[in-house]
Write a protein that binds this ligand. Structure first.
Ligand code: ZN
Length: 184
């Protein structure tokens, strides 16, 4: 059905766009603001707490985050300061059924443009810092499975092959190639 409105669709592990580096937005346009709003709606509909543009098939540097303390819609986010460390069990909308404990900075400061294209600086701690780092990883083509421990890798091997097929890859041998990159 076409109503002139594009419905976002989640890209899952095995989709090439998730492994590409997102391009910086050079000239912010109305479509970026619209996509950020659609991404936020999508995130809430799927009970997510963060979403990066590559996860909906867009290779541009956009993220949305809301851990329940307010919505951030950011363009070209980059971390300029990291302090301390924490390890939180993380999930990902692009990796349904998968969780990995990831060690990250406990406190971060980032710079970005907000959805009105104004420069902003955000300092975050704990879970919020974790989610920003997770989403900014997506913009670099990095996912939580890249942090998996040896034990996690054994535990996740079958699940990842299954997701890889679900992402529309006929050749399951490529899942082996992707997994080798993770040193599975
Ligand atoms: Zn994710």
């Amino acid at each position: 059905m076409s109503m002139g409105k594009t419905e976002l669709e989640i890209k899952i592990y095995g989709s090439a766009v998730l492994r590409r580096k997102a391009a910086a937005v050079k000239t912010p346009e109305a479509r970026h603001r619209e996509l950020l709003s659609e991404m936020a709606r999508f995130m809430y509909e799927h009970s997510g707490i963060g979403l990066a543009a590559p996860q909906v098939g867009c290779g541009e540097s956009l993220i949305v985050v809301d851990i329940g303390t307010g919505l951030y819609k950011l363009i070209n986010p980059r971390i300029i300061r990291r302090e301390g460390s924490q390890a939180i069990e993380e999930g990902c909308l692009s990796l349904p059924g998968v969780s990995v404990k990831v060690k990250r900075a406990k406190k971060i400061t980032l710079k970005a443009l907000d959805h009105e294209f104004n420069p902003v600086t955000v300092t975050a701690e704990g879970l919020l810092a974790c989610v920003f780092q997770h989403e900014i990883d997506h913009l670099k083509g990095r996912m939580i499975v890249d942090y998996a421990s040896l034990l996690d890798k054994v535990r996740l091997k079958k699940k990842l092959a299954e997701l890889y097929r679900r992402a529309g890859n006929e050749d399951v041998r490529e899942s082996g190639a992707e997994q080798r990159k993770l040193r599975l």
